[in-house]
Ligand binder design. Structure first.
Ligand SMILES: [Fe+2]
Ligand SMILES: [Fe+2]
Length: 364
């Protein structure tokens, strides 16, 4: 059971011993799968190293754990067994393949982008599924099947459309926003797969090259008969409202609404890429991630309602807390990651604002 230095901990590793702070407080329980929040806690308490199971051992324990807890399924598992998901998966895969073919035609044969046919399937899938509580879970699960740029682009298009819907955009603007999402990373087609798929850290030179995809994307689209906002989204989706993004370091005063919405959808989808653990993505972890990144990087008009909506979707959901107790979320506080919960064991209330050591580990 090797010790792993805190800076080398990764999401999904399994802890083989209880982790305590220097003051003797339990931070992470034995047999937990590390989440981003757990790693942040470990760092916060300046713990230098953690005991982790090696790969094979982790697999055995995970299987035994799952058999033992067979009766308790997670929300994600229920989604993946549903009929809606089967249909979604089929439609989604066909749509990603179609996008790939269309983008190849645009780049290699210089064909014109035909917005209605390009967005048609994405809009249909969105309309069929966005009402489902499980929409984000389904998008997330597709990451384990297809993590290509095209699948990412379909996800970004749908999440951007959802943000647009929440912002009361009209149908025509929603369609343009969807198109902007589908095409935002079109410039990545100019970056070789060996760099895009490289499992190890990119060299400084490679990273500089990858960052050029924003300009490449704009160059591919600039002579197309398209709304300027779609072209700008390809060029500016890595800009940040506080001026810390690339390629130009523009700030909120220079950025349009589309760029700001695509930036949020893009970060959300990229964040879900590195996790494939059983309980899926915990929405409260998403919120913490944006908070840790710095909310000033994102447009307040869009990031605030986006995170509030995510948190509110989980009102009345059952959750697993970091102390291994289960509870129901009954009130979302202004600090979104710290709701009031009601414990299943005795129906007592726990306000997570006043219990900073306890956090939500998974939606069950
Ligand atoms: Fe990008
Ligand atoms: Fe992207």
């Amino acid at each position: 059971m090797p010790f792993v230095k805190t800076e080398n901990l990764r999401i999904g590793m399994m802890v083989s011993d209880d982790v305590y702070s220097k003051a003797g407080q339990l931070i992470v329980r034995k047999d937990s799968l590390l989440s981003r929040q757990m790693i942040s806690h470990i760092k916060f308490y300046s713990i230098e190293q953690v005991n982790i199971y090696d790969g094979e051992m982790a697999m055995e324990i995970r299987e035994a754990y799952e058999n033992r807890n067979g009766a308790q399924t997670t929300q994600l598992e229920r989604i993946l067994k549903s009929e809606e998901y089967k249909v979604f998966k089929k439609d989604y895969t066909a749509n990603v393949n179609m996008l790939q073919d269309s983008v190849s035609d645009i780049i290699l044969r210089n064909t014109h982008v035909d917005p209605p046919s390009l967005i048609d399937e994405t809009v249909k899938i969105f309309n069929k599924n966005q009402g489902y509580f499980s929409f984000f879970g389904m998008l997330h699960s597709m990451k384990q099947i297809d993590d290509s740029t095209f699948a990412h682009s379909v996800n970004v298009a749908m999440i951007a459309r959802l943000i647009g819907t929440w912002s009361n955009y009209d149908e025509e603007t929603l369609d343009l926003l969807t198109l902007a999402g589908l095409l935002h990373d079109v410039g990545k087609c100019q970056i070789p797969d060996e760099i895009l798929m490289k499992p190890r850290k990119l060299t400084a030179q490679e990273y500089t090259f990858v960052k050029m995809h924003a300009q490449f994307g704009y160059d591919i689209l600039k002579n197309q008969d398209l709304d300027m906002r779609v072209k700008q989204a390809a060029l500016h989706h890595h800009e940040r409202c506080d001026g810390t993004g690339y390629p130009f370091g523009l700030d909120i005063t220079k950025l349009g609404d589309f760029e700001c919405i695509i930036a949020i959808a893009d970060v959300y989808d990229a964040m879900t890429a590195d996790r494939c653990y059983r309980s899926g993505l915990c929405p409260f972890e998403v919120i913490s991630f944006f908070e840790e990144e710095g909310l000033q990087k994102y447009h307040p008009r869009y990031i605030t309602p986006f995170l509030q909506r995510i948190a509110n979707t989980y009102l009345n959901s059952d959750v697993l807390l970091s102390n291994n107790e289960t509870a129901r979320i009954i009130f979302i506080n202004e600090r979104l990651t710290r709701p009031i919960v009601q414990l299943h064991k005795d129906n007592s209330f726990l306000n997570l604002i006043h219990n900073p050591d306890i956090y939500i580990q998974a939606i069950i």
